[in-house]
Write a protein that binds this ligand. Sequence first.
Ligand SMILES: [Zn+2]
Length: 347
Amino acid sequence: MERRIYIGADSGATTTKIAAIWENGDAVTTQLLQRKTNSHAGRDGVVAGWIAAIDEFLTANGLDWRQIAGAGLAIPGPYLGRGIMDKSPNFPAEFAGWNVQEHFVRALAAKAGRNIPLQVGNDGNYGGVAEARVARGNCNASVLMLMPGSGLGCAYIGANGLPLEGDTLAGLEAGHAPAVLQVLGITAKPLSCGCGRDWGCVEAYTTISGLPQLLAEKLKDFPDHEFATSSMPIREKAFSLRDRAQKDDPLAVAIFDFQARVMGLHIANLAMTLDPGIVVIGGGLMDHSTTTPKFRERYLRIANETARPYLWNLQRDTIRIIPASLGDLSQAIGAALVALYAGQNAG
Ligand SMILES: [Zn+2]
Protein backbone atom coordinates (compact mmCIF):
# COMPACT_ATOMS: atom_id res chain seq x y z
CA MET A 1 0.00 0.00 0.00
CA GLU A 2 1.17 3.51 -0.76
CA ARG A 3 2.33 5.55 2.23
CA ARG A 4 0.01 8.27 3.50
CA ILE A 5 1.19 11.88 3.50
CA TYR A 6 0.07 15.22 4.90
CA ILE A 7 0.45 18.32 2.75
CA GLY A 8 1.36 21.74 4.15
CA ALA A 9 1.00 25.03 2.29
CA ASP A 10 2.37 28.31 3.63
CA SER A 11 0.91 31.25 1.75
CA GLY A 12 2.10 34.80 2.19
CA ALA A 13 0.98 37.68 -0.01
CA THR A 14 3.83 37.13 -2.47
CA THR A 15 5.06 33.55 -2.08
CA THR A 16 3.45 30.18 -1.42
CA LYS A 17 5.55 27.27 -0.17
CA ILE A 18 4.58 23.61 -0.25
CA ALA A 19 5.93 20.80 1.93
CA ALA A 20 4.77 17.34 2.95
CA ILE A 21 5.36 14.91 5.78
CA TRP A 22 4.91 11.18 6.26
CA GLU A 23 2.64 9.77 8.95
CA ASN A 24 5.57 9.65 11.40
CA GLY A 25 5.98 13.45 11.09
CA ASP A 26 9.23 13.37 9.10
CA ALA A 27 9.49 15.65 6.07
CA VAL A 28 9.11 13.94 2.68
CA THR A 29 11.85 16.26 1.40
CA THR A 30 13.73 19.30 2.64
CA GLN A 31 13.44 20.65 -0.91
CA LEU A 32 10.77 23.29 -0.57
CA LEU A 33 8.56 24.09 -3.57
CA GLN A 34 8.01 27.86 -3.88
CA ARG A 35 5.61 29.58 -6.25
CA LYS A 36 4.15 33.07 -6.58
CA THR A 37 0.86 33.51 -4.69
CA ASN A 38 -0.64 35.63 -7.50
CA SER A 39 -2.77 37.73 -5.14
CA HIS A 40 -3.60 39.98 -8.12
CA ALA A 41 -5.41 37.07 -9.79
CA GLY A 42 -8.10 37.22 -7.11
CA ARG A 43 -9.44 34.54 -4.76
CA ASP A 44 -10.03 31.87 -7.45
CA GLY A 45 -6.60 32.54 -8.94
CA VAL A 46 -4.85 32.14 -5.60
CA VAL A 47 -6.62 28.86 -4.78
CA ALA A 48 -5.94 27.51 -8.29
CA GLY A 49 -2.29 28.41 -7.74
CA TRP A 50 -2.17 26.45 -4.46
CA ILE A 51 -3.70 23.37 -6.15
CA ALA A 52 -1.25 23.63 -9.06
CA ALA A 53 1.70 24.00 -6.68
CA ILE A 54 0.62 20.91 -4.68
CA ASP A 55 0.20 18.98 -7.93
CA GLU A 56 3.69 20.00 -9.00
CA PHE A 57 5.13 19.07 -5.61
CA LEU A 58 3.51 15.62 -5.73
CA THR A 59 4.81 14.91 -9.22
CA ALA A 60 8.32 16.09 -8.34
CA ASN A 61 8.41 13.70 -5.38
CA GLY A 62 6.79 10.68 -7.05
CA LEU A 63 3.62 11.08 -4.96
CA ASP A 64 -0.08 11.01 -5.79
CA TRP A 65 -3.24 12.85 -4.67
CA ARG A 66 -4.59 9.48 -3.42
CA GLN A 67 -1.90 9.45 -0.71
CA ILE A 68 -2.97 12.74 0.89
CA ALA A 69 -4.63 12.04 4.25
CA GLY A 70 -4.91 15.68 5.29
CA ALA A 71 -3.77 19.20 4.48
CA GLY A 72 -2.79 22.31 6.42
CA LEU A 73 -2.67 25.92 5.27
CA ALA A 74 -0.69 28.64 7.04
CA ILE A 75 -1.88 32.18 6.34
CA PRO A 76 -0.96 35.47 7.99
CA GLY A 77 -3.46 37.23 10.27
CA PRO A 78 -5.49 39.11 11.17
CA TYR A 79 -8.66 37.00 10.86
CA LEU A 80 -12.40 37.54 11.18
CA GLY A 81 -12.82 33.93 12.27
CA ARG A 82 -11.13 30.58 11.72
CA GLY A 83 -9.94 30.45 8.12
CA ILE A 84 -11.49 33.83 7.31
CA MET A 85 -9.20 36.69 6.32
CA ASP A 86 -9.57 40.20 7.70
CA LYS A 87 -8.28 43.34 6.00
CA SER A 88 -4.50 42.99 5.64
CA PRO A 89 -2.08 45.57 4.28
CA ASN A 90 -0.31 42.92 2.18
CA PHE A 91 -3.31 41.40 0.41
CA PRO A 92 -5.81 42.98 -2.03
CA ALA A 93 -8.68 44.77 -0.21
CA GLU A 94 -11.24 42.35 -1.70
CA PHE A 95 -9.64 39.49 0.29
CA ALA A 96 -11.17 40.84 3.52
CA GLY A 97 -13.96 38.50 4.59
CA TRP A 98 -12.69 35.67 2.37
CA ASN A 99 -13.48 32.24 3.82
CA VAL A 100 -10.25 30.59 2.72
CA GLN A 101 -11.04 27.40 4.63
CA GLU A 102 -14.27 26.72 2.70
CA HIS A 103 -12.87 27.78 -0.67
CA PHE A 104 -9.72 25.64 -0.41
CA VAL A 105 -11.57 22.58 0.93
CA ARG A 106 -13.87 22.71 -2.12
CA ALA A 107 -10.92 23.00 -4.51
CA LEU A 108 -9.04 20.14 -2.84
CA ALA A 109 -12.13 17.90 -3.06
CA ALA A 110 -12.67 18.78 -6.72
CA LYS A 111 -9.06 17.90 -7.54
CA ALA A 112 -8.78 14.73 -5.42
CA GLY A 113 -12.30 13.44 -6.11
CA ARG A 114 -12.94 13.04 -2.37
CA ASN A 115 -12.94 15.17 0.75
CA ILE A 116 -9.51 16.05 2.22
CA PRO A 117 -9.60 17.37 5.81
CA LEU A 118 -8.03 20.84 5.98
CA GLN A 119 -6.61 22.82 8.91
CA VAL A 120 -6.11 26.57 8.47
CA GLY A 121 -4.17 28.65 10.95
CA ASN A 122 -1.68 31.37 11.71
CA ASP A 123 1.62 31.10 9.83
CA GLY A 124 3.76 32.04 12.85
CA ASN A 125 1.97 29.50 15.05
CA TYR A 126 2.43 26.77 12.46
CA GLY A 127 6.13 27.62 12.14
CA GLY A 128 6.35 27.19 15.90
CA VAL A 129 4.74 23.75 15.67
CA ALA A 130 7.47 22.52 13.32
CA GLU A 131 10.34 24.11 15.27
CA ALA A 132 8.94 22.73 18.53
CA ARG A 133 8.93 19.19 17.15
CA VAL A 134 12.64 19.50 16.30
CA ALA A 135 13.62 21.38 19.47
CA ARG A 136 11.96 19.05 21.95
CA GLY A 137 13.14 15.80 20.34
CA ASN A 138 12.03 12.99 22.62
CA CYS A 139 10.88 15.14 25.54
CA ASN A 140 7.52 16.93 25.66
CA ALA A 141 8.74 20.33 26.86
CA SER A 142 6.59 23.29 25.91
CA VAL A 143 8.19 25.70 23.46
CA LEU A 144 8.12 29.48 23.13
CA MET A 145 9.11 30.60 19.64
CA LEU A 146 10.20 34.17 18.86
CA MET A 147 10.96 35.24 15.29
CA PRO A 148 12.30 38.77 14.88
CA GLY A 149 12.07 39.72 11.19
CA SER A 150 10.05 42.48 9.59
CA GLY A 151 7.74 42.04 12.60
CA LEU A 152 8.00 39.83 15.68
CA GLY A 153 6.37 36.44 15.17
CA CYS A 154 5.56 34.68 18.44
CA ALA A 155 4.12 31.26 19.17
CA TYR A 156 3.65 29.03 22.19
CA ILE A 157 3.45 25.30 21.57
CA GLY A 158 2.07 23.20 24.39
CA ALA A 159 3.06 19.66 25.36
CA ASN A 160 0.44 18.35 22.89
CA GLY A 161 2.40 19.86 20.00
CA LEU A 162 -0.28 22.41 19.13
CA PRO A 163 -0.15 26.22 19.33
CA LEU A 164 -1.99 28.35 21.85
CA GLU A 165 -4.42 30.18 19.57
CA GLY A 166 -6.66 32.08 21.97
CA ASP A 167 -10.40 32.68 21.73
CA THR A 168 -10.12 35.23 18.90
CA LEU A 169 -7.08 33.58 17.24
CA ALA A 170 -4.88 36.39 18.56
CA GLY A 171 -3.07 34.25 21.13
CA LEU A 172 0.65 35.02 21.49
CA GLU A 173 0.51 38.26 19.52
CA ALA A 174 3.19 39.03 22.06
CA GLY A 175 5.16 41.35 19.80
CA HIS A 176 2.57 43.96 20.69
CA ALA A 177 3.01 43.62 24.43
CA PRO A 178 5.01 46.52 25.89
CA ALA A 179 8.79 46.36 26.32
CA VAL A 180 10.00 46.75 29.90
CA LEU A 181 11.05 50.34 29.28
CA GLN A 182 12.12 51.19 32.86
CA VAL A 183 14.56 48.26 33.06
CA LEU A 184 15.99 49.28 29.68
CA GLY A 185 16.52 52.78 31.01
CA ILE A 186 14.28 54.32 28.36
CA THR A 187 12.86 57.66 29.43
CA ALA A 188 12.21 59.01 25.92
CA LYS A 189 8.79 58.67 24.26
CA PRO A 190 8.18 54.98 23.41
CA LEU A 191 8.83 53.99 19.78
CA SER A 192 5.68 53.86 17.68
CA CYS A 193 4.41 50.57 16.25
CA GLY A 194 2.46 49.73 13.09
CA CYS A 195 -0.33 48.29 15.25
CA GLY A 196 -1.11 51.77 16.61
CA ARG A 197 -0.46 51.05 20.30
CA ASP A 198 1.49 53.79 22.05
CA TRP A 199 2.95 51.81 24.96
CA GLY A 200 6.23 50.82 23.27
CA CYS A 201 5.55 47.44 21.63
CA VAL A 202 8.39 44.92 21.87
CA GLU A 203 8.15 44.52 18.08
CA ALA A 204 9.36 48.09 17.56
CA TYR A 205 12.47 47.46 19.70
CA THR A 206 13.40 44.04 18.29
CA THR A 207 12.63 44.00 14.55
CA ILE A 208 13.19 45.74 11.24
CA SER A 209 9.85 47.54 11.66
CA GLY A 210 11.22 49.81 14.37
CA LEU A 211 14.83 49.92 13.24
CA PRO A 212 14.74 53.36 11.55
CA GLN A 213 13.34 54.91 14.76
CA LEU A 214 15.81 53.02 16.93
CA LEU A 215 18.70 54.09 14.72
CA ALA A 216 17.65 57.75 14.95
CA GLU A 217 17.66 57.41 18.77
CA LYS A 218 20.97 55.55 19.05
CA LEU A 219 22.72 57.84 16.59
CA LYS A 220 22.63 60.52 19.30
CA ASP A 221 25.22 58.44 21.23
CA PHE A 222 27.50 58.22 18.16
CA PRO A 223 27.88 61.82 16.92
CA ASP A 224 31.08 60.97 15.02
CA HIS A 225 29.58 58.03 13.13
CA GLU A 226 29.43 58.48 9.34
CA PHE A 227 25.62 58.11 9.50
CA ALA A 228 25.41 61.31 11.57
CA THR A 229 26.33 63.37 8.52
CA SER A 230 25.41 61.00 5.65
CA SER A 231 22.43 62.00 3.48
CA MET A 232 21.44 58.37 2.87
CA PRO A 233 17.71 57.86 3.68
CA ILE A 234 17.21 56.53 7.22
CA ARG A 235 15.49 53.34 5.99
CA GLU A 236 18.47 52.50 3.81
CA LYS A 237 20.81 53.13 6.71
CA ALA A 238 18.67 50.86 8.89
CA PHE A 239 18.75 48.05 6.32
CA SER A 240 22.56 48.18 6.20
CA LEU A 241 22.91 47.71 9.96
CA ARG A 242 22.95 43.91 10.05
CA ASP A 243 25.90 43.76 7.63
CA ARG A 244 27.62 46.59 9.46
CA ALA A 245 27.25 44.84 12.81
CA GLN A 246 29.01 41.82 11.36
CA LYS A 247 31.90 44.10 10.35
CA ASP A 248 32.09 45.42 13.94
CA ASP A 249 30.63 48.86 13.24
CA PRO A 250 30.21 50.08 16.87
CA LEU A 251 26.86 51.81 16.28
CA ALA A 252 25.39 48.75 14.54
CA VAL A 253 26.77 46.41 17.22
CA ALA A 254 25.26 48.60 19.94
CA ILE A 255 21.86 48.49 18.24
CA PHE A 256 21.74 44.69 17.96
CA ASP A 257 23.08 44.31 21.51
CA PHE A 258 20.20 46.53 22.62
CA GLN A 259 17.68 44.51 20.57
CA ALA A 260 19.03 41.32 22.18
CA ARG A 261 18.54 42.83 25.66
CA VAL A 262 14.94 43.75 24.83
CA MET A 263 14.43 40.20 23.57
CA GLY A 264 15.96 38.77 26.76
CA LEU A 265 13.57 40.76 28.93
CA HIS A 266 10.67 39.73 26.70
CA ILE A 267 11.63 36.07 27.14
CA ALA A 268 11.70 36.51 30.94
CA ASN A 269 8.40 38.38 30.84
CA LEU A 270 6.70 35.63 28.81
CA ALA A 271 8.31 32.95 30.99
CA MET A 272 6.39 34.40 33.97
CA THR A 273 3.16 33.52 32.15
CA LEU A 274 3.98 30.49 30.03
CA ASP A 275 6.91 28.77 31.82
CA PRO A 276 8.34 27.17 28.65
CA GLY A 277 11.09 24.56 28.83
CA ILE A 278 12.59 25.70 25.53
CA VAL A 279 12.79 29.09 23.83
CA VAL A 280 13.52 29.00 20.09
CA ILE A 281 14.77 32.17 18.40
CA GLY A 282 14.24 32.31 14.63
CA GLY A 283 13.82 34.99 11.99
CA GLY A 284 16.30 37.01 10.01
CA LEU A 285 18.77 37.50 12.87
CA MET A 286 19.31 33.72 13.02
CA ASP A 287 19.41 33.26 9.22
CA HIS A 288 22.47 31.19 8.34
CA SER A 289 22.75 32.62 4.83
CA THR A 290 23.03 36.26 5.95
CA THR A 291 24.52 36.15 9.45
CA THR A 292 27.78 34.82 10.88
CA PRO A 293 27.93 32.32 13.76
CA LYS A 294 29.63 35.07 15.81
CA PHE A 295 26.70 37.45 15.22
CA ARG A 296 24.10 34.81 16.13
CA GLU A 297 26.00 33.61 19.21
CA ARG A 298 26.43 37.16 20.52
CA TYR A 299 22.70 37.88 20.16
CA LEU A 300 21.70 34.63 21.88
CA ARG A 301 24.26 35.13 24.67
CA ILE A 302 23.02 38.64 25.47
CA ALA A 303 19.36 37.59 25.33
CA ASN A 304 20.20 34.70 27.65
CA GLU A 305 22.20 36.77 30.14
CA THR A 306 19.50 39.44 30.24
CA ALA A 307 16.65 36.97 30.79
CA ARG A 308 18.19 34.76 33.49
CA PRO A 309 18.18 37.13 36.51
CA TYR A 310 14.42 37.54 36.07
CA LEU A 311 13.60 33.81 35.97
CA TRP A 312 12.62 31.57 38.88
CA ASN A 313 15.44 29.38 40.24
CA LEU A 314 14.26 26.16 38.63
CA GLN A 315 13.63 27.90 35.29
CA ARG A 316 17.14 29.37 35.38
CA ASP A 317 18.60 25.87 35.74
CA THR A 318 16.53 24.23 33.05
CA ILE A 319 15.31 26.66 30.37
CA ARG A 320 17.09 26.35 27.02
CA ILE A 321 17.33 29.32 24.62
CA ILE A 322 18.32 28.00 21.20
CA PRO A 323 18.32 29.09 17.54
CA ALA A 324 15.68 27.84 15.09
CA SER A 325 16.72 25.11 12.70
CA LEU A 326 14.17 24.85 9.89
CA GLY A 327 14.38 28.33 8.35
CA ASP A 328 11.98 28.83 5.42
CA LEU A 329 10.60 25.31 5.75
CA SER A 330 9.05 25.71 9.18
CA GLN A 331 5.62 27.13 8.37
CA ALA A 332 4.73 24.72 5.54
CA ILE A 333 5.99 21.72 7.55
CA GLY A 334 4.13 23.02 10.61
CA ALA A 335 0.89 23.23 8.59
CA ALA A 336 1.35 19.60 7.55
CA LEU A 337 2.07 18.58 11.16
CA VAL A 338 -1.11 20.27 12.41
CA ALA A 339 -3.05 18.29 9.78
CA LEU A 340 -1.38 15.10 11.03
CA TYR A 341 -2.10 15.86 14.71
CA ALA A 342 -5.73 16.74 13.88
CA GLY A 343 -6.10 13.37 12.12
CA GLN A 344 -4.60 11.56 15.13
CA ASN A 345 -6.93 13.35 17.56
CA ALA A 346 -9.96 12.62 15.39
CA GLY A 347 -9.03 8.97 14.98
ZN1 LIG B 1 2.42 46.96 18.24
